[in-house]
Design a binder for this molecule. Structure first.
Ligand code: HAM
Length: 430
């Protein structure tokens, strides 16, 4: 029997991992330029944390969590998202005592048992950020700007930032009633999913993907038009700050989000390049979450984004995804004497920070040359008894095809100089 990876999970194979490393490194750089520091939390948590944090009635908690009992009988869950886990850590370590605004980011795998399809996996990867402790619209704007900046830096231009306000505990209940009143007469014609949401969470009917639902709810009242004074001025101020930062956005009153913790700002970044799973980023403000988890009420805002979807968007935008890690040097041995010399020399190159490969499979010289070609190395050094006796080796520059004979004890310096030039050429400093 042959084992296969679990449905909805994917291996990141050696020929594509360099793209992930490049993207992750760029994300880290952008996060650091905004002064966000990394947080890492365990892959599983107590189930109750997510049930409480994300909301019992959400799809995630209701049907998508990977929940299991450990041998001690505790109910644990593989994290479906990071926000609740970050809040748990914030409370556990009193992170707020160190500074008024705690700014953290993460890059981590998440787990949701959704129906797998293009752009939707059961183990996927998110990068995201949370700013904990600020109620000002400038904090929301910074989070939105930060998420957009990652895409801009990575060469993705084709995206739309859509913002909304989902109100707060003061204005939402009255609006919810108004919405239910409006929907009452048509609820029977809505999709099964939306009918289920009518009682408990009618706001989510507004972001239904079902076309018929969209037509039927065309004239439904929107939260953004029924905000209390505080939410309304927060939303207006956010738009002002975003405009001053020259972040292009549109207001979309139907953005509701699938997690229950949002208050005031909710936003998404959408890409038309992605097909039906078109959300690159989802985020917003969650001023009540910490209190819900047993802490002090602490206004907070954040976002998370799927890395698999980011990579698809980069491909569609023909964006640069980094370089494969090919060795700089390949030492090919012509005979046994050359072989043992090459193993030791390879170590010397490596210790000097020059990536070097060498034949360990006793292959013929011809097949070693083929291997060096396949690995797209920069230099091939050919060594054997003759070269060692004459203390000279031939070095082939694989990009120019030029072959040079040099003294063995000048070899490292020669390659180092060449690598330097090569690097300069790559960074345009020549
Ligand atoms: P979310 O909207 O559930 O929000 O997920 C954010 C992003 O993760 C989505 O826009 C999408 O790019 C990616 N994503 C979600 N599910 C999948 C999946 N099954 N397969 C592939 N990609 C997926 C959150 O997780 C919130 N914690 C965001 C947040 C942070 N809000 C405030 N702070």
């Amino acid at each position: 029997m042959r084992f296969k990876s679990i449905k909805g999970t994917k291996d990141i194979l050696p020929e594509e991992s360099y793209r992930w490393q490049f993207v992750e490194q760029t994300i880290r750089t952008v996060m650091h330029t905004f002064n966000y520091r990394e947080i890492r939390t365990p892959i599983f948590e107590e189930t109750a944390l997510f049930a409480r944090g994300i909301g019992e009635l959400t799809d995630i908690v209701g049907k998508e969590m990977y929940t299991f009992q450990d041998r001690g009988g505790s109910s644990l869950t593989l994290k479906p998202e990071m926000t609740a886990a970050v809040m748990r850590s914030y409370l556990q370590y009193n992170l707020g005592e160190q500074q008024p605004l705690v700014k953290v980011y993460y890059i981590a795998p998440m787990f949701r048992q959704e129906r797998p399809q293009a752009g939707r996996l059961r183990q996927f990867h998110q990068f995201g950020a949370e700013a904990i402790g600020g109620k000002q619209p400038a904090v929301d704007a910074e989070i939105i700007a930060l998420s957009a900046e990652v895409y801009r830096t990575l060469g993705v231009r084709n995206f739309d930032v859509k913002i909304n306000s989902v109100g707060c505990e003061n204005c939402r209940p009255a609006y919810k009633e108004k919405l239910q009143k409006h929907l009452k007469n048509i609820v029977g014609k809505l999709s099964e999913e939306s009918q289920k949401r009518f009682e408990q969470n009618p706001l989510r009917i507004l972001d239904s993907k079902n076309e018929n639902d969209q037509v039927l709810t065309q004239d439904a009242p929107l939260m953004k038009d029924h905000l209390c004074q505080e939410c309304s001025s927060h939303f207006a101020e956010l738009q002002k700050v975003l405009a001053s930062l020259e972040i292009k956005f549109s207001v979309d009153g139907r953005i509701v989000r699938g997690l229950d913790y949002y208050t005031k700002t909710a936003y998404e970044i959408i890409s038309k390049d992605l097909g039906s799973q078109d959300a690159l980023v989802g985020g917003g403000r969650y001023d009540l979450l910490l209190k819900e988890l047993g802490g002090k009420q602490t206004p907070s805002v954040g976002f998370a984004a799927g890395i698999e979807r980011l990579l698809v968007a980069m491909e569609k935008n023909k964006a640069y995804c980094g370089n494969e890690h090919n060795p700089t040097v390949f030492i090919a041995s012509a005979d046994e004497t050359g072989r043992s010399w090459s193993l030791a020399k390879a170590m010397e190159f490596r210790r000097r920070g020059i990536s070097c490969d060498v034949d360990t499979l006793n292959r013929s010289l011809k097949s070693q040359m083929r291997e060096a070609d396949r690995q797209r190395v920069k230099y091939v050094i050919i060594i054997g008894q003759n070269e060692l006796s004459s203390e000279q080796v031939s070095v082939k520059d694989m990009t120019t095809g030029e072959q040079t004979t040099i003294m063995i004890d000048e070899l490292i310096t020669y390659i180092e100089r060449g690598v330097g030039k090569h690097e300069q050429r790559k960074t345009g400093q020549n």
